[in-house]
Design a binder for this molecule. Structure first.
Ligand code: NAP
Length: 411
């Protein structure tokens, strides 16, 4: 017990010097990390810290009755755990932060990592991390790790989930957290001072912000071409010839709309890059900001491209089901029966067979390249490509675009 206390005192006294040497080899004291809260997030973080070689102490309200904690972790009361480590992760909901006020003395000079998120944006007047700092002003609060889920922490960093954002007012404290994140296998990105914490807290609440504009464009284009073709092909036939071919709405019409929208979306994916290049040439420099509208457009190019691929996939599916449609089977049978009745034969036209096979083959080729482009836009794949490899795929995609345009224009 005496040894433990001595070691704790030593740990507190070296806290500040540790912060300045955070990136060097971890000492015994640096290896000791405390996690307040034994819930999902606390347990997952504790497990990863243990796996990375840290000695983990949990601070809990009920140290005697905590279950399912990772093997090798100690469980102490909040006050004991706070004294034992210089780095403390707060894996407790913001609503319960009051319990930290009586611990202020033990938290003096310590680095507190605020992991908390909220249920909705602007739930509180100030960010959780700023609130925590106001409760324990003599501690060094750093916001971080809140954009990871407990599940992602348990599974370890994957290509799609490697990024950890941190922010805080003291550079040394941020260095401590950055070193831990790096040791856990994450790449940490410094987002500046603690005032950026609200932005980090809003990250998990974002609902496809970059998808909104592309989705609106896709819905608008689909609606426009659907109604245009509905009037031109279905209503016009009904009004002028009294023919009811409304059943075509479900497959034929949809199959006309999908490739048109797909190609327009693909063009919209590449157009802003071309406009940006012209703008840079016109201005004679690349060191000036693009106008806001172009900036926004450039940022959602990937989403435009993926939606274009989605419409192309729908076109492929609609095309594949053509032979099993009632309408097609009916007319095929009718034609065969008529031929038998008339005892007639049709001549095989080789040029038409060539035309049809080439048309289908180019379609398959174009779609294959389209899928290739979609795959290379995935972060895990694009990260593995060099700039030259990426440019090569982009070049192939331009060829594919012209193949598809030819195909659509020949339908
Ligand atoms: P949780 O499973 O409900 O655990 C919260 C823990 O806080 C409890 O196990 C409890 O630990 C402690 N606690 C509860 N009431 C308390 C009180 N009045 N005073 C002191 N401690 C109290 O929640 P969680 O999912 O682990 O989330 C914890 C924090 O991490 C939250 O702020 C959340 O926003 C954030 N976060 C969670 C995730 C996630 O995937 N779960 C992801 C990102 C961020 P003891 O019983 O041991 O005291």
């Amino acid at each position: 017990m005496m040894d433990e206390e001595r070691s704790n005192e030593k740990c507190e006294s070296v806290t500040l010097s540790l912060m300045s040497e955070a990136v060097s080899a971890p000492t015994e004291c640096e290896k000791r990390v405390c996690v307040f809260g034994t819930g999902d997030m606390g347990r997952s973080l504790g497990l990863r810290l243990l796996q990375a070689g840290y000695s983990v102490m949990f601070g809990s309200r009920r140290p005697q009755s905590c279950n399912f904690l990772p093997n090798g972790a100690q469980v102490l009361s909040h006050a004991e755990a706070a004294q034992a480590a210089h780095l403390i992760f707060i894996a407790v909901q913001r609503e319960h932060y009051d319990f930290l006020v009586p611990l202020a003395y033990h938290l003096k000079g310590k680095v507190l990592v605020d992991l908390s998120n909220n249920l909705k944006k602007n739930q509180y007047p100030e960010a959780n991390a700023e609130y925590l700092q106001s409760l324990v002003p003599e501690a060094e609060v750093v916001k971080g790790f809140n954009t990871l889920s407990a599940w992602a922490l348990q599974n370890g960093p994957s290509d799609a989930n490697r990024q950890v954002y941190i922010c805080g007012d003291r550079a040394e404290a941020k260095q401590v957290v950055l070193a831990v994140a790096t040791k856990l296998g994450f790449s940490a990105l410094d987002r500046g001072s603690l005032s950026a914490s609200r932005e980090l807290e809003d990250f998990p609440l974002q609902l496809f912000p970059l998808w909104r504009l592309p989705m609106r464009i896709a819905v608008g284009l689909t609606a426009f071409f659907f109604f245009y073709l509905l009037i031109r092909e279905i209503l016009y036939a009904y009004i002028t010839q009294g023919k009811d071919i409304s059943f075509r709405i479900m497959v034929s019409l949809a199959n006309r709309v999908c490739p048109i929208v797909s190609l327009i979306m693909l063009a919209l994916c590449y157009l802003p890059g071309v406009l940006a290049s012209f703008l840079q040439l016109y201005r004679g420099t690349k060191y000036r900001r693009f106008p806001d509208w172009l900036d926004r457009w450039m940022l959602c190019r990937k989403q435009l491209g993926l939606l274009a691929l989605g419409f192309a996939c729908l076109h492929v599916l609609y095309t594949l089901i053509i032979p099993i449609r009632y309408y097609v089977r009916f007319w095929a049978t009718e034609r065969t029966v008529t031929q038998i009745r008339q005892n007639g034969t049709n001549e095989f036209i080789t040029s038409r067979a060539w035309h049809s096979d080439s048309y289908l083959s180019f379609g398959i080729l174009g779609f294959g390249l389209y899928v290739l482009l979609g795959i290379t836009s995935l972060p895990s794949v694009s990260n593995a490509l060099s700039w030259r490899e990426f440019s090569f795929v982009q070049l192939i995609d331009k060829v594919e675009f012209s193949v598809w345009v030819r195909e659509i224009s020949s339908t």
